[in-house]
Ligand binder design. Structure first.
Ligand SMILES: [Fe+2]
Length: 209
């Protein structure tokens, strides 16, 4: 097995282990989590894999990984860190006009499955997502059902009209289709494992009132 395959299989194993635990701990989210688990289990690493690449927001990665240490998602963070040099980081470029260059330089994500991903998928996204400290990802929504599993940190998360609040590491934040949500980072970066399940071809998130 090549070094790329070995580190990928290690990451796949940790994701599947984490999702198994999540299904047991959060039966309310079992159906979407099981669907993602099945997609991860059957995903095939392309040969050759797509070209990797980082973005300015990746400078928050070390702090993000450090934040995950000792938490319930530490093993997943370690497996991701080992494979990360082979991933391509991206941004939702249409946000630049509304959120500005500074925001764009402080956030990014990398899709294991999905569009512009390690493994292309038309309806499912499995991603690792970072926003640097002191940022506001304003209220937005999307057609896809989404679950975030934060690695840790002091980010405030809001859904619909609820006041923003901290979430525990490893606890799911489940956004049903079109549910508006927002995130406010404070001292730590936001670092989350997340996925989307889209009813049709993936349509990117949009800011909303
Ligand atoms: Fe979202």
């Amino acid at each position: 097995m090549s070094p790329a395959s070995r580190t990928f299989e290690s990451l796949r194993g940790e994701i599947l282990r984490f999702l198994d635990t999540a299904i047991e701990s959060h039966p309310g989210q079992a159906a979407p989590v099981q669907l993602i688990s099945d997609e991860i289990a059957r995903a095939k690493l392309p040969d050759p894999p797509p070209k990797p690449g980082r973005l300015p927001g990746c400078r928050h990665l070390d702090a993000a990984l450090a934040m995950a240490e000792g938490g319930p998602m530490a093993d997943l963070a370690c497996a991701f860190a080992a494979f990360e040099p082979r991933m391509r980081w991206i941004r939702t470029e249409h946000y630049r006009e509304s959120l500005g260059d500074d925001y764009m330089d402080n956030y990014c994500y990398t899709n294991l499955l999905g569009y512009d991903a390690l493994i292309p998928h038309e309806r499912v996204i499995v991603a690792f997502f970072i926003i640097g400290p002191g940022r506001h990802y304003p209220r937005h929504h999307h057609e896809a059902e989404e679950i975030y599993f934060p690695f840790g940190g002091d980010t405030l998360w809001s859904q619909n009209d609820e006041p923003p609040r901290e979430r525990r590491a490893g606890e799911p934040i489940h956004n049903t289709p079109w549910l508006p949500h927002e995130m406010i980072t404070r001292e730590t970066p936001l670092f989350t494992f997340c996925f989307w399940i889209s009813p049709g071809p993936i349509r990117l998130a949009r800011l909303t009132d």
